[in-house]
Write a new protein. Structure first.
Length: 182
């Protein structure tokens, strides 16, 4: 199978089910950003500090492909078999955050991203996740999106924030609090 098909040379692409849309369509922006997020999760997974979390991060990457498939399927097409996302997947993120939170100091301020490359990658991944969420919500305003997709992306960005704090703790990096009007 060749990687190139030449079918997109005029600026359109196919959704699962066959419908063609512009490559600038909000649906394509949504799942394209989920794909970008998945790549950053791979970068995050490759950080030595995350070796104990590798399985969870790979599971999250799997869910990114699921979300991409959901978003790439034309609305109302019941002939295409698409993997599903459930509230159990959202709950698994909550459980992972709760476990990390047990060892984290209470937050009293926002924290400035940075301090170590691995911490920064967590924050970049969180920001891309928020963009994917915003684009998916924008898509939902014109064409229905499974609400669990939006919930999962929302919770996932929270997960990356908590992960940034946990990684900072594990690397003995002092979080820099944000103090407005400094």
């Amino acid at each position: 199978m060749k990687v190139y098909t030449k079918t997109g040379d005029k600026g359109t692409t196919s959704l699962f089910g066959g419908a063609r849309v512009s490559k600038s369509h909000i649906r394509i922006e949504s799942y394209g950003t989920v794909d970008e997020l998945n790549s950053y999760i791979g970068l995050l997974k490759d950080q030595p500090v995350n070796q104990d979390r590798k399985d969870l991060l790979e599971n999250i990457q799997d869910k990114m492909f699921t979300i991409g498939a959901i978003l790439a399927t034309e609305p109302g097409n019941s002939k295409v078999k698409v993997p599903t996302l459930s509230m159990e997947h959202v709950s698994s993120l909550e459980e992972a955050m709760d476990k990390m939170d047990e060892s984290l100091p209470a937050m009293k301020n926002f924290v400035l991203p940075g301090g170590h490359q691995s911490v920064s990658y967590c924050h970049i991944t969180r920001c891309i996740c928020r963009r994917a969420e915003r684009l998916t919500i924008a898509l939902n305003e014109t064409e229905p999106v499974d609400p669990v997709v939006i919930q999962y992306l929302n919770r996932l960005s929270d997960y990356f924030f908590v992960l940034a704090r946990k990684v900072a703790l594990e690397l003995d990096i002092t979080e820099t609090p944000w103090h407005p009007n400094k």
